[in-house]
Design a binder for this molecule. Sequence first.
Ligand code: HEM
Length: 137
Amino acid sequence: MRILSFILLVALMSGCALNQTTVFEQLGGHSKVNEIVENFVIEIERDPVILAYFEGANIDRFVTKLSEQICQRTGGPCEYTGDTMEQVHAGMNITEADFNRTVDLLINAMNRADVPHTLQNQVLNALAPTRKEMLYL
Ligand code: HEM
């Protein structure tokens, strides 16, 4: 009986360990995050409304910092080294509609990178707290 309990305990613990796989790992790591961010930039370039916000922006820096941030927020081994979301987006007067429009572009970017929908939702959840850090500032 004791040995059965022990086996059950080990099985439960390994199950827990599996559940602890990060969203970053489920995505497939750095290469998938980079693919999403590159697709996202293409989506922004195709959208005149959102592209207007990026006039004069340093796109190379945006790509590097956004990749770092997605990596960190999804549990990957990265440290975000950019400016705070408030610092970056304050004064842009981003509307709620344009925030949602940008999220749609990110979803398009993930679709084009073949990210499964359940995983897409987890990425969006990880980024959701940024919303209140950039609207109505
Ligand atoms: C999904 C939520 C968003 C996240 C996680 C996010 C994240 C970031 C990051 C990490 C940077 C680079 C920061 C740095 O350079 O230190 C950035 C820059 C920027 N973001 Fe966002 N952003 C989001 C939504 C938006 C929205 C909705 C807009 C406008 C409609 C926007 C416009 C910009 C612009 C224009 C820059 C470049 C600023 C510059 O280089 O001068 N972002 N964002």
